[in-house]
Design a protein around this ligand. Structure first.
Ligand SMILES: Nc1ncnc2c1ncn2[C@@H]1O[C@H](COP(=O)(O)OP(=O)(O)OP(=O)(O)O)[C@@H](O)[C@H]1O
Length: 476
């Protein structure tokens, strides 16, 4: 029975001579039973130095020698088989290859309880050992990288290009460092203008992928019919006007980080295809059956609650779970006003202004602190730009406690031409009206785009594109 079991086993007697050497043992060692049975060689032929092996020690019950030879790195007594001892040995040259072998040797007793020999079970564990060692090396490397990044953060008033000393930003820095030190997907959540792209860049720049591309893609800005073309590219002749092959984002981002801004705007169909590509199943350019592969990391961002999007059926749960491994929450500026002065000085110096936050008139400092910053850091940047030009604060927004409906005076202000739209050609006047209406609704809804789109009776995607067209994304 022992002879034909698929598990490699051999048995020795009290005289240390081999009694059984089964078929699996022959296959594993390349040594035939015929050649070894009756000898006391057993495994000694594989050790460069002659020394007792596990089965010998079990027969002798020499536990001290066992500890001396195998040290404490190997577990001594098996938890699974009573009286058995186990050990893993490394063989530099085991039939021409380096190998890790696991041995479990148990004593054999006669009916009076005397030891009459030992049975050893062995297994080639090289692959598992190598995987364990690779994982250990990787985790040591990541730990090293983490410590290096942590120490390079200095006073933590700034991290990469992110400014902020508040406790909430310190927590964001910590997550960035953790995210940079691993390969998992990241989802960044926060209101418009809080710095989501900046954080995504910081993760990329601090990660092992820093020398490969960082590719930001605004999912809300690409019309649904073009999504596949933009992400996967196309081949010549795929559709009318496809005169040449064109590479998509997945090809451009090879080895780097794909930043999916407004990820909630991706169509369900696109989510399936992207998920397949992320999970190693590849993708095909439009008009081609060829499967291409790209190695990239996803950092996604959204100002929506993505779980709500899953429950509403707009985001696939498998896509959500694949992305939502490391969440980063960036708090709005109104919740970290202690960062205002630092941010203001950072922007003043970038705009080459001699101004400093501390020397601003008291009433302006007070106004900056009291303001609720619905457009967050981007709005602060813009307000300061105007401050430098006009020498006065102009928030261009409604008061904080603006009513939830569009105030009639705003609507009438736009309609009755108080802003001299009457002098403009019709298309320009309509454009101006549209911009102000959108701006008003965005202020009322605290820049919550979904609510604003509902109020305006348009889709989020359309609202997004109109905001881009009116410069409300890049200027506010
Ligand atoms: N903590 C910060 N320090 C310095 N600059 C910042 C910070 N946060 C944001 N900014 C600046 O504010 C602007 C908006 O930032 P960013 O584009 O990263 O925001 P966002 O959250 O991605 O916005 P949106 O959701 O509208 O795309 C950028 O010019 C960015 O450099």
């Amino acid at each position: 029975m022992l002879k034909y079991t698929p598990i490699a086993q051999f048995a020795i007697g009290l005289d240390h001579r081999v009694k059984v050497w089964n078929r699996a043992c022959e296959v594993l060692t390349g040594v035939s039973a015929e050649d070894i049975i009756g000898t006391d060689h057993q495994w000694k032929i594989f050790y460069p130095r002659k020394r007792p092996i596990l089965a010998d020690l079990v027969v002798e019950q020499d536990y001290n020698k066992f500890l001396e030879i195998y040290g404490t790195k190997n577990p001594a007594e098996s938890n699974i088989v009573p009286n058995a001892w186990e050990a893993t040995d490394y063989f530099e040259n085991f039939n021409g290859k380096p190998r890790y072998l696991y041995f479990l040797a148990a004593p054999v007793f006669d009916h009076e309880g005397n030891i009459t020999g030992a049975v050893t079970t062995l297994q080639d564990v090289t692959l598992r050992k190598m995987q364990e060692e690779a994982m250990k090396r990787e985790s040591e490397q990541l730990q090293q990288q983490y410590s290096l990044l942590r120490s390079s953060m200095g006073e933590r008033f700034k991290f990469c290009n992110i400014i902020g000393k508040s406790q909430k930003m310190q927590e964001v820095y910590d997550v960035i460092v953790r995210a940079a030190a691993c390969a998992d997907s990241v989802v960044i959540h926060g209101e418009s203008g809080v710095g989501k792209e900046l954080v995504a860049r910081a993760i990329h720049d601090s990660s092992e992928r820093k020398n490969a591309p960082f590719l930001p893609v605004n999912c809300g800005a690409i019309s649904e019919s073009l999504l596949e073309n933009e992400f996967f590219g196309h081949v010549k002749g795929a559709f009318t006007g496809a005169y040449n092959d064109k590479e998509g984002f997945l090809s451009h981002v090879q080895g780097g980080t794909l930043f999916l801004d407004e990820v909630g705007e991706l169509s369900l169909n696109m989510q399936v295809k992207l998920l397949r590509a992320i999970e190693g199943g590849g993708y095909s350019p439009v008009g081609s059956n060829e499967v291409l592969y790209s190695d990239f990391r996803i950092v996604a961002a959204s100002n929506l609650n993505l779980w709500d999007e899953v429950t509403k059926g707009r985001l696939r749960s498998d896509f959500f779970y694949r992305l939502y491994v490391i969440p980063v929450d960036i708090p709005p500026l109104r919740e970290r006003k202690e960062d205002l002065a630092l941010l203001a000085d950072h922007f003043f110096s970038h705009m080459e202004s001699p101004l400093h936050f501390d020397i601003l008139p008291g009433k302006d400092i007070k106004a900056l602190y009291n303001y609720h910053w619905p457009g967050n850091v981007r709005e602060l940047q813009n307000v300061l730009r105007r401050y430098i030009a006009l020498n006065s604060l102009d928030f261009m927004t409604l008061p904080e406690n603006a009513p939830p409906e569009i105030p009639p005076e705003i609507l009438s202000g736009i309609i009755d031409g108080r802003d001299s739209a009457t002098d403009l050609p019709l298309t320009d006047a309509v454009g101006r009206f549209e911009k102000q209406l959108i701006l008003s609704v965005l202020h009322i809804t605290r820049w919550h785009r979904e609510t604003a789109a509902t109020k305006l009776g348009i889709s989020r995607r359309t609202l997004y594109r109109k905001m881009m067209a009116h410069g409300l994304i890049s200027t506010l």
